[in-house]
Design a protein around this ligand. Structure first.
Ligand SMILES: NC(=O)c1ccc[n+]([C@@H]2O[C@H](COP(=O)([O-])OP(=O)(O)OC[C@H]3O[C@@H](n4cnc5c(N)ncnc54)[C@H](O)[C@@H]3O)[C@@H](O)[C@H]2O)c1
Length: 385
C-alpha cells in the first residue's frame, strides 16, 4: 500500500533546524510507519543561506517569508525552530491554515502567549507537539516506565539541575543572531525558560503536576553591549535561578540552573527518591539510568548503572545491537516517532501544546516568585492531566 506523505515545512535553520532535519532524515530508516517524511521546504530570511541549508539536508525548496511557507498547500506540518518570540505568531498562523505543528520549547514567550497557542490548535483541531526531546532519551523513557509501574512507592523528593558556563565573560554581547537568548524581549527569560523549562517538563512527566513554587533569581552581569543597537544596555534575563516546589503528589522539588557554573557545559541531571527505589539520570551520560532498589539483597544492595541499549529498552530495538549506545540526536528521532504514532492512532502525541502551557505556567510562577520573593501558586491548563 502506498504510504501517506508527511510534507515538512521547517522555519529556522539554526541549531534546532539541524537537529530536526537530521531526525526527519533518519526516522524512516529505523522506525517503519505508514508515513513517508518529505523534506518539502525550509524557510529562512536569507535566501542564499536557506538554499545552502536545503541543498545540504535535502529540502526540495525554500521560502524567505514564513507566512508564504504556511500558505503553501503542499505542506502538511509546520516545524517552528525559531527564537521564542516568534513561536506564538507562527503557530497561530499555522493552526489557522490547518497545518499540523511541531514547535520548539518553551512553547510561548510566556504563559499568556502559550495559552493563545493552545486555543488556536484546539479551535483548528490540528495535531501539535512541543520539542521537549529529553523525554525521549531511552534512559529517561525507561525511568518513566519504572515510575509508572509503581515500583518507587511513595515519592518524597525530585531534584534537577541544568548547569552551563558560557555567559561568564562580561564582554559577551547580548541580542542578535546566536545571542538572542540573552535578550528577554526575544527569549522571554534567561535560564528559567531556556534550561529549567526542560527540567520542569521532564519533572511533571515523571512526577506529576507542580502546585506552588518559591524561587531565587539573579542577573550577575547587569549591562552588556547589544549587538543590534551597538549600545550598552541593561540585561533583563535571569542568569541563574534556583527554586523549590511542592508537587501535587506531596513530594518536594528542588531545581537549579545557571550559565555561570564554570566547567559545566550542559549538565542536566535529575534524581527522584521514592520509599522503595531511587532513580538518577545525567545528560552527560545519557545512555545510563542509575537505579537504587531497596528490595535488592542487603549485602548486594547499592546503586547500579543500567546501560540502556538492550532490545527491550525503549526505542533501542529499532537501532543497532545491544551494547551500542544512542546519543542526543536520537531523542529528536524518537520525538518524530511519537508524533507519527499520534497521527496513526488519532490520539495525538505528547508533549502537546497543553503540556507546553503547563510548563510555561511553572516558568512564569518561578520568575514572579524570584521578583517578589514569595510562594506562588501554579495554575494548570484546563482539562490537563
Ligand atoms: N529542544 C531543545 O533541546 C532545544 C535546544 C536548543 C534550542 N531550542 C529552542 O529552539 C528554538 C531555536 O533555537 P536555536 O538554538 O535553534 O536558535 P538559532 O539561533 O540557532 O536558530 C534560530 C533560527 O531562526 C531563524 N529566524 C529568526 N527569525 C526568523 C524569521 N523571522 N523567519 C525565519 N527564520 C527566522 C534564524 O535565522 C535561525 O536560523 C528556540 O525556541 C530554543 O529555545 C530547543
Amino acid at each position: 500500500m502506498a504510504k501517506k506523505q508527511l510534507r515538512i515545512g521547517l522555519i529556522g535553520y539554526g541549531f534546532m533546524g539541524r537537529a530536526h532535519s537530521n531526525a526527519y532524515a533518519q526516522v524512516g530508516h529505523f522506525f517503519p510507519s505508514s508515513y513517508d517524511v518529505v523534506l518539502q521546504a525550509v524557510c529562512g530570511r536569507d535566501a542564499a543561506a536557506a538554499q545552502t541549508f536545503a541543498d545540504k539536508w535535502g529540502y526540495k525548496s525554500i521560502e524567505t517569508d514564513w507566512k508564504k511557507l504556511i500558505a503553501r498547500d503542499d505542506i502538511d506540518v509546520i516545524d517552528i525552530a525559531t527564537p521564542n518570540n516568534l513561536h506564538g505568531e507562527q503557530a497561530i498562523a499555522a493552526a489557522k491554515a490547518g497545518k499540523a505543528i511541531l514547535c520548539e520549547k518553551p512553547l510561548g514567550l510566556n504563559a499568556p502567549d502559550a495559552l493563545k497557542m493552545v486555543e488556536a490548535v484546539e479551535k483548528a483541531k490540528v495535531p501539535n507537539m512541543v520539542w521537549y526531546n529529553y523525554r525521549r532519551c531511552p534512559a529517561v523513557t525507561l525511568a518513566k516506565q519504572i515510575i509508572d509501574s509503581g515500583k518507587l512507592g511513595r515519592v518524597f523528593h525530585y531534584r534537577a539541575n541544568f548547569l552551563q558556563d558560557w555567559t561568564i565573560s562580561p564582554d559577551l554581547p547580548q541580542g542578535g543572531a546566536g545571542l538572542w537568548r540573552l535578550d528577554a524581549k526575544v527569549s522571554g527569560s534567561g535560564v528559567t525558560g531556556d534550561l529549567l523549562a526542560h527540567c520542569i517538563d521532564t519533572a511533571m512527566w515523571l512526577n506529576g503536576g507542580i502546585k506552588d513554587v518559591t524561587a531565587m533569581t539573579e542577573t550577575f552581569i547587569k549591562e552588556r553591549k547589544h549587538t543590534l543597537t551597538g549600545k550598552t544596555e541593561k540585561v533583563t534575563i535571569d542568569d541563574a535561578c534556583s527554586f523549590m516546589c511542592h508537587f501535587d503528589n506531596g513530594s518536594l522539588g528542588l531545581f537549579e540552573s545557571t550559565r555561570y557554573a564554570r566547567g559545566h557545559k550542559a549538565l542536566y541531571t535529575f534524581e527522584i527518591n521514592g520509599e522503595n527505589m531511587s532513580l538518577k539520570w545525567d545528560l552527560h551520560d545519557l545512555h545510563r539510568l542509575q537505579i537504587f532498589d531497596y528490595a535488592d539483597e542487603g549485602t548486594e544492595r547499592g546503586w547500579k548503572s543500567v546501560h540502556v541499549s538492550d532490545g527491550d529498552h525503549p526505542y533501542c530495538g529499532n537501532w543497532w545491537v545491544p551494547g551500542l549506545q544512542l546519543g542526543y540526536e536520537h531523542s529528536f528521532v524518537h520525538q518524530v516517532v511519537e508524533f507519527i504514532k499520534g497521527l496513526e492512532s488519532g490520539k495525538g502525541a505528547r508533549p502537546n501544546f497543553k503540556d507546553g502551557l503547563a510548563c510555561d505556567y511553572v516558568v512564569d510562577a518561578v520568575l514572579a516568585s524570584g521578583k517578589k520573593k514569595t510562594w506562588e501558586k501554579v495554575p494548570k491548563p484546563k482539562g490537563w492531566k
